[in-house]
Write a protein that binds this ligand. Structure first.
Ligand SMILES: Nc1ncnc2c1ncn2[C@@H]1O[C@H](COP(=O)(O)OP(=O)(O)OP(=O)(O)O)[C@@H](O)[C@H]1O
Length: 329
């Protein structure tokens, strides 16, 4: 069933619900052999985009393909793609095994796969327990088992870590990383960076339906930087001086200057050379979470080295993630 690619390709995808632009001109590629996080705040359009990829919502315009064809045209969709969109839709009186047997029958998967899937997600011992008594973490595992039934090449998971305790998140991380390391494709959404930052290799970040970052998480991490916040008696003179020295500068709304990549001591020395008096200084570190917040709230201007190109998509030109490249692991 596996044609060797496992690539998800989204091109110019749009979806409007009446006046709501849920997804706007969204383009990205998900490569096999890596775990890709699909990250954005609540209401960013993640679920709508995933549902379009899975053929459950019709795009207003644009395309989403898996292995080069829309989901609906896959010859054996269950053998290519496994998905979890909701971990709450289980019949409470049914056992975990019965649930998977029903699902296997509906998707032409041999019954023998059911116990294999339960073992894979660590639910072998709970196979004959009713789902009504399952914890949220167990339901998430059962949902994952459902997605894995057909031994798919690609898994698409909407908020699979939602509600998991740290142990559950660690288990999910190990499982998905091993799954991807075998050459398969994992696309998982989350609204919470901390929840997935140690799980994913790549990130597609969306905000208000648009892609604002597409690249390796390590590249985003590399953009973490320090900045010195200073109040100067002559801001223009200080801006010229620090720019001459090769630093970027941002004007903050409160009148202070933020000198990027510099510490306060360096800025103080430059100010002295320029004859500028400083009235207050503070060192600040921009971490991954702040970068995410800036990206998703349109406050990206502080990171001048990483300004997004005209398309508004922050991706390394020619880097992994561009259509046709060879993967990221
Ligand atoms: N069927 C629908 N009808 C009308 N509006 C919708 C519909 N589905 C989604 N929306 C709207 O589209 C926008 C994107 O919603 P979506 O559920 O895709 O976001 P999300 O990123 O998955 O959010 P969350 O993290 O909260 O699940 C929201 O404004 C939502 O209200």
């Amino acid at each position: 069933m596996h044609d060797g690619s496992g690539r998800i390709h989204v091109q110019g995808l749009n979806k409007t619900f009446g006046p709501v632009h849920a997804v706007q001109d969204l383009s990205f590629t998900v490569q096999p052999g890596a775990v890709t996080g699909f990250l954005g705040p609540n209401g960013a359009g993640k679920t709508t985009a995933l549902r379009m990829i899975l053929g459950l919502v019709t795009p207003t315009s644009g395309t989403a393909t898996i292995n080069g064809v829309p989901f609906a045209e896959l010859p054996n969709p269950g053998g290519v793609v496994g998905a979890v969109l909701d971990a709450h839709g289980f019949h409470p009186n049914r056992t975990a095994r019965d649930h998977l047997l029903c699902y296997a029958a509906a998707t032409n998967v041999p019954d023998g796969q059911v116990d294999r899937a339960l073992e894979l997600v660590g639910l072998g011992m709970a196979a004959d327990r009713r789902v009504g008594g399952f914890s949220l973490g167990m339901r998430q595992r059962l949902a994952l088992a459902t997605a894995l039934l057909g031994d798919p090449q690609v898994v698409v998971l909407d908020e699979p870590a939602n509600g998991l305790d740290p142990e559950g998140i660690a288990w999910l991380r190990g499982f998905l990383q091993a799954f991807a390391a075998g050459g398969r494709t994992v696309l998982m959404s989350s609204h919470f960076l901390r929840e997935i930052e140690h799980t994913v290799d790549r990130l597609v970040i969306i905000s208000q339906g648009r892609c604002v970052y597409d690249g390796h998480i390590e590249e985003l991490r590399a953009a973490e930087q320090s900045r010195a916040l200073v109040q100067a008696d002559s801001p223009d003179a200080l801006v010229s001086k620090v720019q001459e020295a090769g630093f970027g500068v941002e004007h903050l709304p409160d009148g202070r200057l933020a000198v990027l990549g510099a510490d306060s001591r360096t800025v103080a020395d430059l100010a002295l050379e320029a004859g500028v008096a400083l009235y207050g200084m503070q060192d600040e570190r921009i971490d991954l979470e702040q970068l995410f917040f800036r990206l998703t709230h349109g406050q990206f201007t502080g990171l001048t080295h990483y300004a997004p190109p005209a398309s508004q998509v922050w991706a390394r030109p020619g880097g992994p993630g561009q259509p046709g490249d060879g993967g990221s692991v």
